[in-house]
Design a protein around this ligand. Structure first.
Ligand code: 5GP
Length: 201
């Protein structure tokens, strides 16, 4: 494991862009990466597991975490709270792991402010038409939630300048390869590698 602290990657993109699938795929290829498990007040979807996909908690408990300053960032999204527990992120970064956050753009903005060195990647499904089809196919949300998620998607696209990279997810394998390529390239930056040359030239 590299002794330098790890890098923080913020992955955003509309709900339904396929972030979780792309992240799950890249985690299988990279073993020095920690995926931050968010806390949320949203009820679990079928197949989601507490402590693996999210920490599913009550609203009051979430508010206590905010009060105690335990969250690196948090936001309200379509009627529910979502937030990143700060401690595991800090510990893993200090241990040299790269850390991935899958968060929406309000939270991303908070993280970029606190950690200007964080690298932002925006995942987009290619078109809003595809996005709406995916949300309907997933059929886990009521119609009004789908409309709200589509509205959020349009708002998120307007904040695109905050991100360093855009990955189009029209094929999961290719999107995951692109994110891995970005992560590897970031590790090859001169500032990351210059210590190898010290005393050599
Ligand atoms: P979903 O309900 O589809 O799992 O997530 C809805 C949105 O919340 C997604 O855009 C997802 O990236 C975002 N999200 C998940 N965890 C967090 C978090 O810890 N903080 C913030 N700000 N957004 C999150």
């Amino acid at each position: 494991m590299d002794k330098k602290p790890g890098k923080l990657f913020v992955i955003s993109g509309p709900s339904g862009a396929g972030k979780s699938t792309v992240i799950a795929r890249l985690l299988r290829s990279l073993n020095t990466v920690y995926f931050s498990i968010s806390a949320t007040t949203r009820p679990p979807r079928r197949g989601e597991r507490d402590g693996i996909d999210y920490h599913f908690i009550e609203r009051r408990e979430f508010e206590k975490m905010i009060e105690r300053g335990e969250l690196l960032e948090h936001a309200e999204y379509v009627g529910n709270y979502y937030g990143t527990p700060a401690k595991p992120v800090e510990e893993k970064l200090a241990a040299g792991y790269d850390v991935i956050l899958d968060i929406e753009s309000d939270g991303a903005r908070q993280v970029m402010k606190k950690r200007p060195d964080a690298i932002g990647i925006f995942l987009f499904p290619g078109s809003f038409k595809v996005l709406e089809e995916r949300l309907r196919l997933r059929s886990t949300d009521e119609e009004d939630k789908i409309i709200k998620r589509m509205e959020k998607a349009r708002q998120e696209c307007q904040r695109i300048d905050m991100y360093d990279y855009i990955v189009i997810n029209d094929r999961v394998e290719t999107a995951a390869e692109e994110v891995i390529a970005i992560m590897r390239a970031e590790k090859c930056k001169t500032a990351e590698r210059v210590h190898y040359l010290k005393g050599e030239c």
